[in-house]
Design a protein around this ligand. Structure first.
Ligand SMILES: Cc1ncc(COP(=O)(O)O)c(CNc2cccc(C(=O)O)c2)c1O
Length: 284
């Protein structure tokens, strides 16, 4: 049965518990990563660990082990669960403490690692492309809670997701506080125009996606220029192609945004090419 890692020990699912006084639960005070494993190897583990430590530093959370020890813990958990192709959730909370906000009242950060099989988007969405809407919920203001921090505060994303679902869409696009395109609730967004890629820059207030970075590099290797530049909803509507990137989704085409059909209304050639290149690279 599934073995969950908590602070150096493994627990069966039903015994994997943390305190109700944990500030991760009480205040969303903590950070996390979502990773994939392919053929038993965790995909871009170093980048995810680096981002985890950056997120932790950003919230002044001192992690109780080194990046190498954290990487080893992830690999041990994947091994203990005999995961070949699966998903890893790595969570670090501030730990349990008094009922007040004060993080200094929390003693021991909780390092939780869950390795499980992956539930992907249905295959038809990859074949036919997704329809998404632009949510009225804007992405967190960077000066309020920077979207660069992958924190346990996902209500911003969840509120946008709820709006998307109420419009019959499983993903929703969020604009930033300037009204520019930011990202979706769990993925980064790319446009294709005139054979070139366009994606919002990190200072648009987005998560620096690992998949986003891989796709930018894969595109460059295959002679497709990628521009990291601020985009508007208009740029999305008039794009030749649109696709999303994320550890869970990998590369998934988008064929309709706010009822505007993108390009031909079918996944475009560059989106399909990058989806294939990513799949081959991830499994190489
Ligand atoms: C807001 C946001 N933006 C972009 C991404 C893509 O980043 P990566 O390319 O590094 O994965 C994410 C990542 N989001 C993510 C990643 C993995 C699983 C799940 C899940 O919904 O369980 C969500 C995310 O949460």
């Amino acid at each position: 049965s599934r073995q969950v890692y908590i602070n150096g020990s493994f627990f069966a699912k039903e015994d994997a518990k943390i305190s109700v006084f944990d500030h991760g639960l009480l205040y969303g005070d903590g950070v996390f990563e979502g990773l994939r494993s392919y053929g038993g190897k965790v995909f871009h583990l170093a980048e995810h660990i680096d981002r985890l430590y950056e997120s932790a530093k950003a919230i002044c959370l001192e992690l109780p082990m080194s990046p190498d020890e954290m990487s080893d813990a992830v690999n041990q958990t994947v091994k203990a669960n005999k995961i070949t192709d699966g998903y890893v959730r790595l969570v670090v909370t501030r730990g349990s403490g008094a009922l007040g906000l004060d993080p200094n009242q929390c003693s021991v950060p909780q390092v939780i690692i869950i390795a499980d099989s992956i539930t992907l988007y249905p295959q038809e969405y990859y074949e036919n492309g997704l329809e998404i809407i632009t949510s009225s919920v804007i992405r967190n203001h960077p000066a309020a809670l920077s979207p660069r921090i992958k924190s346990l505060n996902y209500l911003n994303n969840i509120l946008a997701k709820i709006e998307g679902l109420s419009a019959g869409c499983i993903e929703a696009l969020m604009l930033n506080h300037k009204g520019e395109v930011a990202e979706c609730t769990g993925d980064n967004i790319f446009l294709v125009k005139g054979g070139e890629l366009y994606t919002p820059p990190l200072d648009a207030g987005i998560l620096a996606g690992v998949t986003r970075n891989v796709v930018i590099n894969l595109a460059k290797e295959h002679g497709v220029t990628a521009h990291e530049t601020s985009l508007t909803k208009h740029d999305v509507y008039v794009a030749d192609e649109c696709f999303l990137t994320g550890s869970a989704a990998e590369v998934i085409p988008v064929v309709k945004v706010d009822t505007r059909v993108i390009g031909t209304g079918k996944p475009g050639p560059i989106s399909k090419k990058l989806k294939q290149l990513f799949a081959e690279y991830a499994r190489s």
